[in-house]
Design a protein around this ligand. Structure first.
Ligand code: FAD
Length: 417
């Protein structure tokens, strides 16, 4: 098969698409363009094992450039795509070079949000998305440790809490400021939010909920020295980590006239309205059967949409509709989430949530809507998580009583074969 498939973005989704094109039999040229100076690497460890110093650089590498070259995938790093010309079937790079395509993959990821606060531009107020961001945070953590300065995390979402846990493991004083009345309020059941709040407090985090930040105080050199609250209180710090969510990188697509709504709008098979253009990963908003849009920011979504993007370009549409899943590591607790818990009206707990956090509780929370299982969040319970994915994929529901009964084998409900 001749042609030139151009992939914008050399991250999880871009790499998966390139490799799936090859394994799907595509023999034409594949060029993957990434604006970072690095080849494809894993982002999840940036807030966890890598930041903690438990793994090294080599373990971040997703695919070495030589591996890609062996598969006939041309990787160009440090290259920014500035525009897509859909009529001419080409992309324009910074510097003016143009590249023709017979198929185009948008895998541009997302960008951390900022906050409109005085002092937000200080050099020690840092977001966490890239390897370079993580290196900057690691350097600042070391400086904080040397000078006994506290770390301040704005945002009690997954990335903020993982960084907070890692900084505590390093012995630093950490404050987390969360604007909402509970942690991870958009994704966790209230009792699990409370459990995570207790876990972090037990590990010594100063957790402030309903936090109203007024400004970031800076010194004569422009460095952030404290976060000032609307109630007049002041949190001194040597580093501020911003973990307040991301926005999809859909600017190129929107400028090229493709439908975007907080992400590039795609169908189950990652197709846009342009038959030559697909999109995968964090940059997308997937249109569901009821017309609503689903935005997911996860490794699973980037990987599966990458496979679907390749299949669509090969003319073999492959819908990705499997149950979404996600994980987060905080201290020695692995949270694994299956399904989407929004709109749950009842919950059942399986296992022991434990009064004593240090004792190593293992449990799962089953979310129900109108009596139907819609999601399961498991803490240190890999078996429950794997079973949950099977139950949700099959559309099978235990009753809340069965879910809560540790003696009842939920595996018996999973259809065979
Ligand atoms: P990315 O991996 O971000 O790749 C997109 C690439 O495109 C980037 O390199 C970007 O710079 C580049 N790009 C953008 N625009 C252009 C352009 N115009 N020209 C050229 N290149 C461009 N997910 C989980 O499931 N579990 C976790 O525990 C987890 N932990 C995480 C921890 C951290 C710190 C972070 C940052 C993310 C984490 N995630 C986790 C999310 C997961 O890493 C992302 O969902 C996934 O990387 C998305 O892949 P992607 O290919 O869509 O985007």
């Amino acid at each position: 098969m001749d042609g030139q498939i151009v992939i914008i973005g050399a991250g999880q989704a871009g790499t998966q698409t390139a490799e799936a094109l090859r394994s799907g039999g595509y023999t034409g040229a594949i060029t993957m363009l990434g604006d970072e100076p690095h080849g494809p690497y894993h982002r999840p460890p940036l807030s966890k094992a890598w930041l903690a110093g438990d793994i090294g650089e080599a373990q971040l590498v997703m695919r070495a450039p030589e591996m890609l070259a062996k598969k006939g995938i041309t990787l160009r790093t440090g290259v920014t795509v500035e525009a897509i010309d859909r009529a001419a079937h080409q992309v324009r790079l910074a510097g003016g070079e143009t590249l023709a395509y017979t198929g185009l993959v948008l895998a541009t990821g997302s960008t951390p949000r900022s906050l409109p606060l005085p002092g937000i531009g200080a050099p020690n107020v840092l977001p966490l998305r890239s390897k370079d961001d993580a290196s900057a945070i690691a350097t600042r953590l070391t400086a904080c440790a040397e000078r006994s300065l506290p770390v301040l995390v704005i945002g009690g979402g997954f990335i903020g809490l993982e960084v907070a846990a890692t900084a505590r493991k390093k012995g630093l004083a950490v404050t987390v400021l969360e604007a909402a009345p509970r942690l991870l309020g958009r994704v966790l059941a209230p009792l699990l939010s409370d459990w995570y709040a207790a876990l972090h407090r037990e590990h010594g985090i100063n957790l402030v909920l309903d936090a109203r930040i007024a400004s970031i105080e800076t010194d004569a050199a422009g460095e952030a020295t404290a976060v000032l609250m609307a109630d007049g209180s002041r949190h001194p710090c040597g580093l501020v980590v911003l973990g307040v969510g991301v926005t999809a990188n859909d600017r190129l697509a929107a400028a090229a006239g493709l439908a975007c709504d907080r992400g590039i709008v795609v169908d189950d098979c990652t197709r846009t309205a342009d038959p030559l253009i697909v999109a995968a990963g964090d940059c997308t908003a997937r249109q569901l059967a009821d017309g609503s849009l689903l935005r997911l920011e996860s490794v699973q979504n980037a990987t599966e949409q990458g496979k679907s993007a390749a299949a669509a370009l090969l003319g073999q549409p492959r819908p990705f509709t499997a149950t979404p899943w996600f994980w987060s590591d905080q201290y020695d607790r692995k949270l694994q989430m299956a399904g989407l818990s929004g709109g749950a009206d009842a919950w059942a707990v399986r296992g022991d949530m434990g009064g004593d956090m240090a004792a190593g509780a293992a449990f799962s929370i089953y979310h129900f809507r109108a009596g139907k299982l819609i999601a399961v969040d498991s803490v240190n319970s890999a078996k429950d998580h794997l079973q949950a994915r099977k139950l949700l994929d099959a559309g099978v529901s235990p009753t809340p009583e069965q879910a809560a009964d540790g003696g009842f084998d939920l595996g018996t409900l999973i259809p065979k074969g």
